[in-house]
Write a protein that binds this ligand. Structure first.
Ligand SMILES: [Zn+2]
Length: 257
């Protein structure tokens, strides 16, 4: 299994970098994690054939993670895709995604391929294949929207961090989080790889928690162009073992699990 950083940018658009998205690839299954604005071009610039994607998992529905979905489905349709596409989505958001695609005129009868919605529950292990699973735990990323819940009755506020298991290997992906405490959502696991966003929490807070969690490797993603020099400076000032452990991910970087 290999993880490719299709994009590493935050919610801010960048001329040279794509919004954050990961691609897990293996012989058995290729899973795209998030499909934000510009995902079709992002995949093309990484040399990924849309046809090879078996499923898309959404961490939450902010546009930099979600809004590229209809365009990507159109590309699949234009390529005459036959294979079904899995969409992994939290149970509270499934109807929103379905409705969004229909409102984008992507009607089931006219796509030429099936979409299989695979809704998951919080804190429940979901097996994608025999060797590949994920566990989602709700984080506090959307906590600041709670006060609007009553006004917009159907506003579903689910944003998760993920533990992926590939055979015996463990990968934690924070996705977008709200507080430092979210970094310890899987505190009981010491992952082989920790992929951590670097926009909503400071690099220093990340480093402090990394020392506690002690993952094998750490890749920072979801950072804005203007934060690159400050983050790089902090990473350069670390002790040599932490410097080896914590890397700033770049678009197109591939990591073997
Ligand atoms: Zn984001």
């Amino acid at each position: 299994m290999k993880i490719t950083f299709i994009g590493t940018s935050s919610g801010k658009a960048s001329l040279n970098r794509n919004h954050s998205s990961l691609l897990f690839t293996s012989e058995e299954y290729n899973l795209l994690v998030d499909a934000g604005d510009g995902i079709s071009r992002a995949l093309m610039s990484n040399g990924i054939n849309f046809e090879t994607i078996n499923g898309i998992l959404f961490t939450h529905l902010h546009p930099d993670h979600f809004s590229g979905l209809p365009t990507l489905i159109v590309q699949m349709k234009l390529m005459n895709r036959n294979e079904p596409l899995d969409i992994f989505i939290h149970e509270s958001l499934k109807a929103v995604v379905e409705e969004f695609l229909i409102r984008s005129y992507l009607l089931p009868e006219r796509k030429g391929f099936e979409i299989n919605y695979k809704s998951f529950a919080d804190d429940e292990r979901f097996m994608i294949t025999e060797e590949f699973s994920f566990l989602a735990r709700k984080n506090s990323h959307l906590g600041n929207l709670e006060k609007f819940k009553d006004k917009y009755l159907s506003l579903s506020l689910y944003s998760a961090s993920f533990l992926f298991e590939v055979g015996t290997k463990k990968v934690i992906y924070t996705s977008d989080i709200g507080t430092e405490e979210d970094l310890l959502l899987f505190g009981d696991y010491a992952p082989d790889i920790l992929i951590c966003e670097a926009t909503h929490i400071s690099p220093l807070a990340i480093i402090e928690k990394v020392i506690k969690i002690n993952p094998g490797k750490v890749y920072l993603t979801h950072y804005s162009d203007e934060d690159i020099s400050a983050i790089s400076e902090i990473l350069a000032s670390l002790s040599s073992d932490l410097k080896d452990k914590i890397k700033l991910a770049k678009d197109g970087l591939s990591v073997e699990i």
